[in-house]
Design a protein around this ligand. Sequence first.
Ligand SMILES: Cc1cc2nc3c(=O)[nH]c(=O)nc-3n(C[C@H](O)[C@H](O)[C@H](O)COP(=O)(O)OP(=O)(O)OC[C@H]3O[C@@H](n4cnc5c(N)ncnc54)[C@H](O)[C@@H]3O)c2cc1C
Length: 358
Amino acid sequence: MQTDFLIVGGGAIGLTSAQALLQAGYRVTVVERGAVGQEASWAGGGILSPLCSWDYQEAVTRLAHRGMSMFGEAAESLHAATGIDPEYQRSGMLLLPPYQADLAMRWCEQHQVALQEVNLAGQLPESFYARLGNGLLMPEVAQVRNPRLMRALRKQVEMLGGVIVEQHEVKQFEIAGDRVVALQTTSGKLVADAYIVTAGAWSKTLLGEHALNIDIRPIRGQILLFKFDAPPFQNILLKQDLYLIPRRDGHVLVGSTLEDVGFDRTTTTEARDNLLGRVREIFPDWQDRQPIQHWAGLRPGSPDNIPTIGRHPQLVNLYANSGHFRYGITMSLASAELLRNEIEAKPQPFSIEEYRWR
Ligand SMILES: Cc1cc2nc3c(=O)[nH]c(=O)nc-3n(C[C@H](O)[C@H](O)[C@H](O)COP(=O)(O)OP(=O)(O)OC[C@H]3O[C@@H](n4cnc5c(N)ncnc54)[C@H](O)[C@@H]3O)c2cc1C
């Protein structure tokens, strides 16, 4: 198999990296331990924005905003090319009190992000607004539906001539001098000119001694899924760190937890009860409503939510695009763009110092 790039890990980051490189004319193979798009990128909520952007450093904002600005058009062309609709929609995100109004307003003004104070009476069903008063609406915030996005990305990678090799777990890097010469997998050896690690929460473990400053650990997130006949509200709702995401067909995702429990993707009754309790505080009439599904995923947790994007400082043909923590879908297209620019030594849209592999 002749290939320019072997990408390890077929999540949103691996597939968008593959897409960007295929579009630039390279031959690309994605090698995936299980099936493509079944881990964090499947499990996530698909909100295309940080939750409270003002809580993060500029390095997060820059990458997230670049990704957000690319998504609408990318989702449309993905839909047109593959026939699979990732259900991109600008549903807006409505913050329910309590929140830091002054901080949020100042930050949005500084970053030219639309934010309006709204009376919740006009936004939520009548029975709740009286208790909640006003909210803050970010009307530009969009969402996608993760499993559909992943199916569409997979199809596009294949349509662009990319090769996807599933059920091959990469176990080790074979090194000679300052180069990676092969990957040892559970089903034999794979060889390419260059290698890109996009293994999400597993990236640091996979890289072993070559990880250097990459400090990624799994942070579990659990989500409950509800089903209504039609969307019960239009905006994504955010109350502190609890969010509710209405899909077009009446599904509502309620999430999520942030749990430092290692590589354990099981769901727990504690998390279920906690999410249910908090959602019922907002919507008392959900008292008898039960979730139809409950799942967990492992985020690639990194310090300050800043991913590592770029070339290994010693191994000249090894790259990483990993550690996107809570915002990997939001950042995916921009991260792939930065990676491709780095590979081709092209100018970057902004400083990439904070994302460098050291
Ligand atoms: C509950 C939850 C809610 C979230 N909500 C949002 C949100 O609303 N918005 C947002 O932007 N982000 C959200 N995220 C975060 C986002 O989902 C992640 O940042 C993103 O999916 C990371 O993508 P990835 O491709 O790096 O990782 P993954 O999707 O986990 O993909 C990594 C892949 O690498 C493979 N792999 C690992 N080791 C090996 C190996 N040795 N050999 C071969 N393959 C390997 C894995 O099998 C996996 O398929 C959420 C995450 C969770 C869990």
